[in-house]
Design a protein around this ligand. Structure first.
Ligand code: GUN
Length: 295
């Protein structure tokens, strides 16, 4: 079997067209969705992600402003900036790029974003609502995975989804999304992690296997059931002297081996990554619509 390649770029393009139309409707009412991004320090991956977010925002008609603070910025400085942005009625969405430098308490900063402007869906109020199945901003990467599955014809309902990795960013919220008794969910969900004994015995049971451990190429073909749908969330930089920039991006899945066994697979890059940005854009437009009482 050779897997179908699930293109996050193609799914993103079609969602972004829908978002452009929604932004255009808002524009007829004089509303331009406004996103504020805070970047602290010079982590190269964070800088690259933020460039994609800025570019995507411009493409769909969102004004995005990035405040780039030096790595030694105090926690108080960030909290004060968040106070101003929380209080500014012109701002629809606020995002603080993580990871933050070690001297900053990440929880304290993320919890300081107003839940109504938390377009990343990281605030405990939004995560709590997600767990309860109430309307809220969904975290962008897990929401993007759900959208990609649905729009490519892989409805998770009734399927066994095995998620490798229990991060707050991906594994835990994805499990919460896919186990809801709702359209695009209703799956049987297993989460495996570093404490799991004999992990391959679980991954081999997956109809849909999600790799989100942050470990390059660690899902090998023997860990995958013939015909499974494989979603690779990993974005790992591995040294590659043949590349001008000195590295290449690889996922958590041994792509070449697993594509011979899976029925469908996401590539890295061009899979989950663009979907994360697209769902951030969607949350920002939703925030602007909600504020005006349209949603
Ligand atoms: N770092 C890696 N992914 C993300 C994300 O989706 N949002 C934020 N704020 N930081 C990240």
């Amino acid at each position: 079997m050779t897997a179908v390649i699930i293109s996050g770029l193609e799914v993103s393009a079609s969602i972004r067209n829908e978002l452009k139309a929604r932004a255009a409707t808002l524009a007829t009412r004089g509303i331009v969705p406004h996103l504020e991004v805070i970047l602290v320090g010079n982590d190269p991956a964070s800088i690259s992600y933020i460039k994609s977010k800025q570019k995507g925002a411009a493409e769909v008609g969102i004004v995005a402003n990035t405040t780039h603070l030096p790595a030694d910025t105090s926690e108080r400085n960030i909290i004060e900036l968040l106070d101003r942005l929380n209080a500014d009625a012109a701002v629809d969405g606020i995002l603080v790029q993580v990871p933050l430098p070690a001297h900053i308490d990440t929880e304290k900063v993320l919890y300081h974003i107003s839940p109504e402007k938390d377009v990343d869906g990281f605030h405990p109020v939004n995560l709590g609502k997600l767990l309860r199945g109430e309307p809220c901003f969904l975290p962008c990467t897990p929401h993007g995975i759900q959208q990609m599955l649905m729009r490519c014809g892989y409805d998770p309902a009734g399927k066994h989804v095995v998620i490798c990795g229990r991060s707050n960013l991906v594994g835990k919220p994805l499990a919460a999304i896919l186990l809801q008794k709702k359209k695009g969910a209703n799956a049987t969900v297993t989460v495996v992690h570093t404490g799991t004994v004999h992990l391959p015995s679980f991954t081999r049971q997956a109809d849909i296997l999600v790799a989100a451990m942050g470990s390059p190429g660690c899902i090998t073909a023997d860990m995958v059931r013939e015909g499974a749908v494989v979603i690779d969330v990993g974005v790992n930089r591995v040294p590659d002297p043949t590349k001008e920039r000195g590295y290449r991006l690889v996922g958590d899945v041994d792509f070449e081996a697993v594509r011979g066994k899976a029925s469908a697979i996401t590539p890295v890059p061009g899979g989950v990554g663009p979907m994360t940005v697209t769902m951030l854009l969607q949350n920002t437009i939703e925030a602007a619509e909600r504020k005006e009482g349209h949603a």
